[in-house]
Design a protein around this ligand. Structure first.
Ligand SMILES: NC(=O)C1=CN([C@@H]2O[C@H](COP(=O)(O)OP(=O)(O)OC[C@H]3O[C@@H](n4cnc5c(N)ncnc54)[C@H](OP(=O)(O)O)[C@@H]3O)[C@@H](O)[C@H]2O)C=CC1
Ligand SMILES: O=C1O[C@H](COP(=O)(O)O)[C@@H](O)[C@H](O)[C@H]1O
Length: 480
């Protein structure tokens, strides 16, 4: 007989559950990947019952997938949903939960990081960390803490109730297909490795831009900001994948060891240098879109950054002298996540007078919306005259709407199957906090002032000062 598995989402009425977790679980249902006796227990304080909750979830999924919806799968999935009314801080809610869970269970913390401790303590007090009736796994979202101190404290607290094997520190960027493709691209091909270092690479850029603003998450976002929300986790993880040495093997520990080495090698930013290597700003009303300060729930006069950019240096043998520019912003001109590697100029400019011969080579790794690996090279135009032009070598699924996994699809299945490979070890989290802490401290001191950028643009012109006037410019997307 199939073992029962309960997937409990704390924060089920929130943005993450609505936009990512429930869609990913529905897609796993449609792909036939969910265990037979599996239900999703949606823990929330709002007054839903099973029927109204299922109706709401079905509507949201239909709105998202439209005519790509698999109606049979949707019906099966709706049957698996249960609404559990409770409050995160109420011990009795957890005792009731305990009574409803008899075998395997996942506890997913889709709540603010300030709430991770109370949920963990209440779960443990109700006996829900105990594995005598089945395995118990705890998924902890990012940001893991608010700073290094709180992250250390949270980690100690988790370990006082759960074994490390029960803990899954999630970063959904590691579930994205192109992100995993960075491994394949780098380590399954010989041709890039000789070029992948300070001798040939001029600099690396990592961009994450979003059209959306705070989307009703002001309470979370105004207390978090772009640096904690995106840079400490997703963008630094992307940086480690681009910069790491080949691991001894593809197992979780070998890969994590190499990622940690990269984070440890990032040159510490002195607080006094933060102004020259870090930049922050906030979106202002434009093109009919409200500014951050006009978003419902944002504190009057808030200086929380919705845009953050950093220049980092990795002081190791491979990368010394190669700047890594990373940036993220809400209400930007497009949804785009892109890794852009710019190569140095050839030592001789033989074709300078023939067109765009001075353009350097770029390697673009598009993460979203398009998954694409693109090398930009120079070619000769056909014809009598020697003219050069820019051309592209595309690999992967450039320009085509192939079936793409959603990042959480793969990761939630990994949790259910107990595979830690794509989850974070605590030292990765800790070293990532060390990278950004001096900037957080410096920005914390600059109370009351923040630059702005017009909503719907690629962010403030002034962020270019990170390039130190070296003829460098931001690559925004695969298209420009
Ligand atoms: N949103 C996203 O795209 C992503 C978010 N994350 C992470 O996920 C986490 C949650 O983010 P997000 O969903 O955006 O945040 P939201 O603010 O949208 O959701 C927070 C949830 O917590 C619930 N909650 C708060 N207090 C209580 C309480 N006392 N009792 C019961 N429920 C309570 C809220 O319930 P109520 O609805 O009643 O207020 C809501 O469901 C964060 O750590 C974030 O970093 C990670 C990746 C992507
Ligand atoms: O973790 C987060 O990620 C999302 C962006 O994720 P994506 O997969 O849509 O790129 C971001 O909107 C959110 O603020 C942040 O908490």
């Amino acid at each position: 007989m199939a073992r029962a598995c309960r997937f409990v989402i704390f924060g089920a009425t929130g943005h993450l559950a609505r936009t990512k977790l429930l869609p990913a679980l529905y897609r796993l249902e449609a792909a036939g990947r969910l265990p037979v006796d599996f239900s999703v227990v949606c823990f929330g304080r709002r007054p839903y019952d099973n029927e109204s909750w299922r109706g709401m979830a079905v509507e949201a999924l239909q709105a998202r997938y439209g005519n790509r919806m698999d109606i049979d799968a949707l019906e099966r999935f709706a049957e698996r949903l249960e609404y559990f009314r409770g409050d995160l801080a109420d011990a009795d809610s957890y005792r009731r939960l305990q009574a409803a869970i008899s075998a395997d269970a996942v506890f997913y913390l889709a709540v603010k990081s300030a709430e991770f401790p109370v949920v963990t303590q209440n779960l443990a007090a109700a006996g829900l960390a105990d594995e005598s009736q089945g395995w118990r796994r705890l998924v902890v979202e990012k940001p893991f803490g608010r700073d290094l101190d709180s992250a250390d404290g949270l980690n100690r607290l988790l370990h006082s109730h759960f074994r490390e094997e029960q803990i899954f520190r999630i970063d959904h960027y590691l579930g994205k297909e192109t992100v995993q493709n960075v491994f394949v691209f780098r380590f399954a091909n010989l041709i890039w490795e000789p070029l992948w270092n300070r001798n040939y690479i001029d600099h690396v850029q990592i961009t994450h831009g979003e059209l959306a603003g705070v989307e009703g998450r002001a309470d979370f976002y105004d207390n978090t900001g772009a640096l904690r929300d995106m840079v400490q986790s997703h963008l630094l993880q992307l940086l480690t994948l681009v910069a790491m040495e080949p691991p001894a093997a593809m197992d979780a520990e070998s890969v994590r060891d190499e990622k940690v080495k990269v984070l440890k090698s990032i040159r510490p930013i002195a607080e006094s240098e933060a102004a020259s290597c870090a930049y922050r700003a906030q979106y202002a009303a434009a093109q009919g879109m409200p500014g951050f300060l006009e978003e419902p729930g944002v504190a009057a006069g808030s200086v929380t950054e919705t845009y953050a950019a950093l220049r980092l240096h990795i002081d190791n043998w491979r990368w010394r002298g190669v700047p890594f520019y990373i940036r993220t912003g809400k209400r930007m001109a497009a949804n785009s996540a892109l890794i852009a590697v710019r190569f140095k100029q050839p030592p001789q400019q033989l074709f300078q007078s023939t067109g765009v011969g001075r353009e350097p080579n770029w390697l673009l790794m598009g993460i979203q919306p398009e998954q694409c690996l693109r090398a930009e090279v120079q070619v000769r135009e056909p014809g009598l005259k020697l003219t050069t032009r820019h051309s592209q070598l595309d690999a992967g699924t450039c320009g085509c709407a192939a079936y793409h996994l959603e990042a959480y699809e793969a990761l939630l299945l990994d949790v259910i199957e107990g595979d830690h490979s794509l989850f974070l070890r605590y030292d990765e989290v800790m070293w990532a906090w060390r990278v950004i802490e001096p900037v957080l401290r410096a920005w914390g001191r600059e109370r009351g002032c923040i630059d702005t950028y017009a909503a719907g643009t690629w962010g403030p012109e002034d962020s270019r000062r990170l390039f130190e006037g070296e003829g460098r410019f931001w690559r925004n997307s695969l298209a420009d």
